[in-house]
Design a protein around this ligand. Structure first.
Ligand code: SAM
Ligand code: SF4
Ligand code: SF4
Length: 331
């Protein structure tokens, strides 16, 4: 059996590589207030190590690589990493907070990147500051407009938190009236130190109820999801943009999961919610063979949410508090 096929028959063709545990924002849902301990630079993959390890995955069957973090663009050698990865026969993409993305437009184009995922959780500067603990709203908004003008396919990731931004759902969708963007409403997920609680989730039904209170049922079109898509996709008639709902906690897409994650310090994480990791970088640096380790991590993958099969698992923080904060996983 192929090293990337797990015991449930899922083929893992999508690799998300975190380039750094650092970030120029401090989103409350992603990292604890006191920050997270970061790996010393020597423990992080160098540009060549990112390339060589990614190449192993591509040789085994990975067809898509997303660069993430932390904020991938704060790495000074981001351009070098990107350029190296263009030598691989894969679709490249990136997830960024857009604060400094304007500096990389030409390099992103040269790497053939067509789609960029950008985090934006509020359309109000003051709320943006509350959630990110930084004052970069105008810069981010300008950069999103710039990406659209430059022809990138922009997907906005919006983590919905009840009592904070659930009243902005309509405004976010209306942002797509004239803008060809996709707004993706993402369920707030629990991680170490992010004060998660189930009451803060905004369900798929609650989102659609809000949508229908503004637009009639005939105006809201369900559009086809692509293979392995984690979202349910919709369009308001005549809008240039679309919107999507991603219910990772209440309705995960584990049956068709094709994702694996590589942390900035070279560890493979077989599921967003799994707290076990397999260290590839140490073996790679010692000249060892990493393909068996990749196969081992894939074989150890649980059927669902790192083993949290029932929704009740989320009632006990012990089940997820051992997991890294999202900033150190690479969302
Ligand atoms: N810094 C980049 C950014 O914010 O887009 C890339 C890394 S960030 C960890 C990747 C994605 O994870 C973001 O879209 C962010 O909204 C999402 N994320 C972080 N913490 C989350 C949480 N607790 N629940 C749901 N999504 C989360
Ligand atoms: Fe940084 Fe992205 Fe996490 Fe926000 S979500 S703190 S931008 S890594
Ligand atoms: Fe895949 Fe884990 Fe997410 Fe399920 S929870 S879709 S198994 S990464």
């Amino acid at each position: 059996m192929n090293a990337l096929t797990d015991k449930f028959g899922r083929k893992h063709s999508y690799l998300r590589i975190s380039l750094t545990e650092r970030c120029n924002l401090r989103c409350t849902y992603c990292m604890p207030e006191q920050g997270v301990p970061v790996s010393p630079r020597a423990k992080l993959m160098t540009p060549d190590e990112v390339f060589q390890i990614a190449k192993h995955f591509v040789d085994l069957g990975v067809t898509k690589i997303r660069l993430t973090g932390g904020e991938p663009l704060v790495r000074k050698d981001f351009g070098m990493i990107l350029e190296k990865l263009t030598a691989l026969d894969v679709e490249l993409s990136i997830t960024s907070n857009a604060v400094i993305v304007d500096r990389y437009i030409d390099q992103l184009k040269a790497a053939g990147i067509k789609t960029i995922n950008i985090s934006l959780d509020s359309l109000h500067p003051a709320k943006f500051k509350t959630i990110t603990r930084r004052d970069n709203f105008e810069q981010v908004k300008r950069n999103i407009d710039l990406l659209v003008q430059e022809g990138f396919n922009v997907k906005l990731n919006c983590v919905l938190i009840k009592g904070f931004n659930h009243n902005e759902i309509i405004d976010f969708i209306a942002y797509g009236r004239e803008n060809p963007i996709t707004v993706r409403f993402i369920e707030f997920m629990p991680f170490d130190g992010n004060k998660w609680n189930k009451e803060k989730l905004v369900s798929h039904k609650q989102i659609l109820d809000q949508v229908h209170s503004r637009w009639s049922e005939t105006c809201v079109e369900r559009i086809a999801d692509s293979a392995n898509d984690t979202s349910k996709n919709y369009r308001i008639k005549h809008f240039k943009g679309t919107f999507a709902i991603i219910s990772t906690v209440t309705n995960p897409f584990c049956d068709s999961c094709n994702r694996i994650r590589l942390t900035a310090n070279g560890r493979i994480k077989n599921c967003l919610f799994s707290s076990s990791e397999v260290d590839l970088l140490t073996t790679f640096r010692n000249g060892g063979e990493i393909s068996p380790l990749i196969a081992q991590a894939i074989q150890a993958k649980a059927s669902m949410r790192g083993g949290m099969v029932s929704d009740e698992s989320f009632s006990d923080p012990k089940n997820y508090s051992q997991n890294r904060s999202m900033i150190a996983i690479g969302g």
